[in-house]
Ligand binder design. Structure first.
Ligand SMILES: [Zn+2]
Length: 65
C-alpha cells in the first residue's frame, strides 16, 4: 500500500530543491523556531534561527508524511 507512495516521494525528493514555506514560528530563549513545509512535496521541517541576521538551521530531519 505504501510502496508506491514511498516511490513517489523518493522521486519527488530527487527532482526538486525543497521550497520551504514558513507555516508558523515563535520566539524562544534560543532564537526563533520556524515550522516550515515544502510547498511542492509537503514534507515538514523545524528550523531554529538564532538571530534575525543569521540563516535558520534545521533542528529536525526532514520527515515524510
Ligand atoms: Zn520538497
Amino acid at each position: 500500500m505504501t510502496d508506491s507512495a514511498t516511490e513517489e516521494s523518493r522521486r519527488t525528493n530527487a527532482t526538486h530543491e525543497h521550497g520551504w514555506l514558513t507555516e508558523s514560528s515563535h520566539q524562544t530563549s534560543e532564537g526563533r523556531v520556524l515550522y516550515v513545509r515544502c510547498a511542492q512535496c509537503g514534507v515538514r521541517r523545524v528550523d531554529l534561527q538564532p538571530h534575525p541576521l543569521l540563516p535558520p538551521r534545521s533542528l529536525s530531519r526532514v520527515q515524510g508524511r
